[in-house]
Write a protein that binds this ligand. Structure first.
Ligand code: PMT
Length: 403
């Protein structure tokens, strides 16, 4: 998969620069043509000679070489790159890229490339947590950069925390994933909801459902792999957010409503895989509810229907996909939700079927299109299904563009 690919490996000035040498070696062994670009600070940690020996290619360190009539280095390198990987990416390079600064070879080159860019931030935990760094990362994700989250562990400064660059083989997996997808969603902004909302009863109890978040997280991961800028609005789950996805954590249906509605107009595609509570307790006790004689009656009041609201606000360029979790009359209920909520596509699962719905790694669904088409899909893992749903979304969008 990597053979013959031209990969820029940008190395910036952090202690994890030594791991970049292993990455350069692994990429070269896999057949990639690795062009290493080092910042001044990176050269304080590792000698360019190390990378030159490992890749068998010259290492680029300066924007201004000897005066010749030859090609301009950053433009020439950028033009033939299939991918740029920045490992480690310091707070400094993230800030420069987020704000378009170009004061050396690497930062100039990053503005000149048109290929995908994978950033591997690595730094001290307090630096990584700093609001300025987080804001820059947020901005970069919004711009469509692929980001490998740093890991939690013991850092070179002796502190435990998030900031450690993942092992080269983990970064290699991310690189392979970027090459394995067609990029057919690039330029699109996709919002996915996932998980089951929690509706509090008192400080220790809540009403929820059996959603694990797997379906929604698979959709978010698949969309990011295909080049979309993805926001995942998630109710509580035990899953880690996919790399490169902007995570917005919510708990209740009303918080999800708020998070989705305020973002909706900025997205091209919205997919609502979350299981949203239709009702919430009317009164939330400030203290733990005590056991008493007899039964306890809870009064519930309605939550807003987020998907219905989106259907009302949808503009012609937006594609709205809903899910339906059914235990009976799948087709009738699905068709009713499709039309009532003004959806382009509805993904219906009979959650009583083994291998379908809540918690499972697989799903069995029927796709209901607004034009009346119905497509039954066999059992498949949720990631494969996520790609099938995204294929359907793209098909709908291209049909609409042709009209
Ligand atoms: O998370 P997993 O364990 O992987 O399980 C996947 C799943 C079963 C949760 C998923 O496949 C699924 O079916 N999600 C939708 C569950 C659901 O709430 O279905 P519904 O038929 O009650 O709602 C229909 C649609 O309206 C859904 O898109 C839902 O997000 C939306 N809705 C519902 C109620 C509400 N108040 N607001 C909403 O937006």
């Amino acid at each position: 998969m990597l053979a013959g690919r031209s990969i820029i490996l940008g190395v910036t000035g952090g202690i994890a620069a030594y791991k970049a040498a292993e990455l350069a070696s692994a990429l070269t062994r896999a057949g990639a043509l690795v062009n290493v670009v080092m910042t001044q600070a990176a050269q304080e940690f590792v000698q360019p000679l190390t990378f030159a020996a490992l890749t068998g290619r010259p290492v680029h360190t300066t924007l201004f070489g000897p005066l010749t009539s030859g090609p301009i280095p950053h433009i020439e390198l950028a033009a033939r790159a299939d991918l740029a990987v920045i490992a480690p990416a310091t707070a400094n390079i993230l800030a420069k890229l987020a704000h378009g600064l170009a004061d050396d070879l690497l930062s100039s080159l990053l503005l000149a490339v048109t290929c995908p860019v994978l950033l591997c931030p690595a730094m001290n935990a307090a630096m990584y947590a700093h609001p300025a760094v987080q804001a820059n990362l947020h901005r970069l994700k919004e711009m469509g950069y692929h980001i490998v989250e740093p890991e939690v562990g013991r850092l070179a400064c002796g502190v435990e925390g998030r900031g450690r660059m993942p092992a080269p083989e983990v970064i290699l997996e991310h690189i392979k994933r970027i090459f394995s997808f067609p990029g057919d969603l690039s330029g699109l902004k996709v919002l996915v909801t996932a998980g089951g909302t929690r509706e509090p009863l008192d400080p220790v109890r809540y009403i929820s459902d059996r959603s694990s978040g797997k379906m929604g997280y698979a959709l978010a991961a698949a969309a990011v792999e295909r080049g979309a800028v993805v926001t995942l609005v998630s109710a509580p789950t035990s899953l880690s957010p996919p790399a490169g996805v902007e995570l917005v954590s919510v708990e209740t249906a009303r918080q999800m409503y708020q998070a989705v509605i305020e973002r909706f107009s900025r997205y091209d595609v919205v997919i609502k895989a979350a299981a949203v509570a239709d009702y919430r307790p009317k009164l939330v006790s400030g203290q733990k509810i005590k056991k008493t004689e007899g039964s306890l009656i809870l009064e519930l009041e309605k939550n807003p229907d987020i998907l219905y609201e989106l259907g009302q606000r949808k503009t012609p360029h937006q594609t709205l996909v809903g899910f339906a979790a059914e235990t009976e009359d799948l087709e009738a209920n699905a068709l009713q939700k499709l039309s009532k909520k003004n959806l382009d596509l509805l993904v219906a699962n009979d959650v009583t079927q083994p291998g379908a719905g809540f918690g499972a790694d697989t799903n069995i669904v029927k796709l209901f299109f607004a034009d009346g088409r119905i497509q039954s899909l066999p059992i498949m893992d949720k990631k494969t299904l996520a790609h099938r749903i995204l294929d359907a979304v793209l098909e709908l969008r291209s049909e609409r563009n042709q009209k």
